[in-house]
Design a binder for this molecule. Structure first.
Ligand code: ZN
Ligand code: ZN
Length: 324
């Protein structure tokens, strides 16, 4: 690995890849390929998809083996999406994530169906944060909170929908090697990407609130929780509904599922996914596997169901803190 002659610190809530991309901007153009090769070893796309799996090796090398686990934990949990996804990993997987030596356990961190989650492989940015960050730090940068699969608006500018793509030419922010710094104008056609953004609804806000709570939760690997995980919360909320309605299980289940799908179509929940047909979405969000085989279901499906149970008054956010 080539010696790096400069090293930029991570900015607040900055994604780990964003810092690498900012450093690339300061590197002379002719050595840019060498620069990325030195950092990534391989020709890797700088995508938020499974970032923590890819990054943990970089974190291990750049924070040195003798650095305390807490430093690596801080980088992974605060500067990648691991802070969010770790809640869907078991305690052993969470420990392996932070263990420098466990190089061969990549597959251990498998999160199902991520490739179907639209925001999981596209970078999102907030036009107001871009302006604020330039004023405050002299540069725009990619925030982790904007990259959560649950994020539709900015966590700071609550009503500001995030930019993912150009509404004019369809260009998408997928690789930071192409767009090292977030910008309001499209790099392809120079249109203003902050124009005509969809307005977030109450369902989007509820989904986002749960995602952000998981991302910001402060428990550590030193004190991992052995309480029932987030994986079980949909089942609990459903159980409460059964008790409240005092009718046959199948009857409640049919009513709940019916109301859920009305809510999904009303609130355009399908826009969270890249699916070809309604049946595909119905498989991803199907209630039975979420309760019966919860670890085989994508995290966003759990969160969407929790947001729905919150909507019908069967889910209390306090449960999140005891589960995460
Ligand atoms: Zn913002
Ligand atoms: Zn464009």
């Amino acid at each position: 690995m080539a010696t790096m002659h400069f090293f930029l610190p991570l900015l607040p809530d900055e994604h780990y890849y964003s810092r690498i991309a900012r450093m690339a901007v300061l590197t002379p153009t002719k050595s840019i390929t060498d620069f990325y090769h030195a950092w990534l070893g391989v020709n890797r796309v700088l995508s938020p998809l499974k970032d923590y799996e890819a990054i943990r090796h970089d974190v291990a090398t750049t924070t040195h083996a003798n650095t305390k686990t807490t430093a690596r934990e801080d980088v992974l949990y605060r500067h990648t999406s691991a802070g969010f996804y770790r809640h869907f990993l078991n305690v052993e997987q969470q420990r392996a994530l932070l263990d420098v030596a466990s190089k061969d356990k990549r597959k251990a961190f498998f999160i199902p169906w991520l490739t179907k989650v639209r925001h999981a492989h596209c970078w999102q940015s907030c036009p107001q944060c871009i302006e604020d960050d330039i004023t405050k730090f002299g540069t725009s940068y990619w925030h982790v909170a904007h990259q959560l699969p649950t994020a539709t608006t900015c966590h700071k500018h609550r009503s500001q929908t995030l930019m993912t793509r150009c509404n004019h030419c369809g260009w998408q922010q997928t690789d930071l090697r192409e767009t090292p710094l977030p910008d309001i104008s499209c790099p392809e056609c120079e249109h203003d990407m902050s124009e005509n953004l969809p307005v977030a609804n109450a369902a989007n806000a509820a989904i986002q609130k749960i995602g952000l709570a998981l991302h910001l939760s402060s428990d550590t690997s030193q004190r991992p929780s052995h309480k029932p995980q987030i994986h079980r919360l949909v089942e609990y909320a459903f159980g409460d509904t059964i008790r409240d309605r005092q009718q046959a299980y199948w009857e409640t289940k049919a009513q709940i599922e019916h109301a859920f799908w009305d809510w999904v179509w009303e609130n355009r929940i399908d826009s969270y996914f890249d699916v070809n047909a309604d049946e595909e979405l119905q498989n991803i969000l199907c209630l039975e596997p979420i309760m019966n085989t919860p670890t085989k279901v994508t995290p966003l499906a759990h969160i969407i169901w929790l947001a729905f149970f919150h909507h019908i008054g069967q889910f209390d956010h306090a449960r999140l803190s005891s589960a995460s």
